[in-house]
Design a protein around this ligand. Sequence first.
Ligand code: AMP
Length: 401
Amino acid sequence: MSGFKTLDQLTEDIDVGGIVLIRADLNVPLDDAGAVRDATRLQRLLPSLKKLSEAGYRIGVLSHFGRPKGQRVDTMSLAPVAEALAVLLGQPVSFADDCIGAAAQNALTALREGSICVLENTRFHAGEEADDADFAAALAAPAAAYVNDAFSAAHRAHASTHGITKHLPTYCGLAMQAELDALNAALGAPERPVVAVVGGAKISTKLDLLGNLSSRVDTLVIGGGMANTFLAAQGHSVGTSLCEDAMLDTARAIMVEAEKQGCTILLPRDAAIAPAFAAGQKAEMVSAEAIPDDMMILDAGPDAVRDICVAFDSAKTLIWNGPLGAFEIEPFDAATNSAAQHAAALTRKGQLTSVAGGGDTVAALNHAGAGEDFSYVSTAGGAFLEWLEGKTLPGVAALTA
Ligand code: AMP
């Protein structure tokens, strides 16, 4: 990765004891008792926090939490997340009742060198989402430097991801750096051939993504409900399957464009079908050209999985977004499980760089027991999808501005 200032540079530029604000993504799911249900995002933040703490900076953590829409909403306070962070870090973490003004200033200046304070939800102020210049200046006021370690919030030009960078020397955190390195290895300057898997429910939500990928990858595997629309566009009957009739021309245009770009589109040759998407169904395997009128496609079939695994075998890089079938209900998780496990095995052997993320992908790969072995699994959601669409993310662009 180049063009960004790293934490190593921060330690050269900023005196020990200086106040460093780090934009994190503390927007983690809580259970009814207020305990953190999935701490993955917090875990990924620990390396930057530990590095800055060990270097002797006084650290303020900025984050949004939920959608309070510019109002103070008690259930969206970051206080419980600060407690969870302290447990994971194994060191005390203080909490400031506001992210600007005297509360923030006092809490940050009271920190000892190497100590950490979580500042209250940035979205309690309307200036956050409006990227308001005065609010950004108020956020920056107590600090000597700013670090962005929240790739998952980088698709938004908000005061804490964008405006603040106009007021402080700006650095890239270690988690952000790892994410950008992984994304660059997958799509920026990948080892070829590159295979992309795009699954999930609908084409209509993934048009930009399909357009960008088909111009950049060698093979595009289309799976999940959206494959049905492509099969229908090729003139096959898809029975009662999920199918976007209004998108048939679009699907045909994507296939024509992909061919022009030299990208092979791989559609399922066969399918697992059932009368309904419900628990306790038995899957029947049929050719994609012979879907009965009263049945629906709920997963790719075994021949389709073989085709996908062959494509993986000759690839050097894999990008994966979306399940190959309705993986939440057995046995329609079979194709996603097999293909993900094969990709994981190739990655373990060092044959494949595999990067996945967006929507249900993380859940689908973890369900397959394959997530751990992928080279990189992004938990960034919307930011990951916008990056797959080829968009410039304001929070990333601001790191170099
Ligand atoms: P997305 O959020 O667009 O990535 O879509 C994920 C959803 O697509 C999951 O909830 C899957 O159950 C669903 N899905 C995948 N394949 C199918 C299919 N053949 N029929 C209906 N839903 C599907």
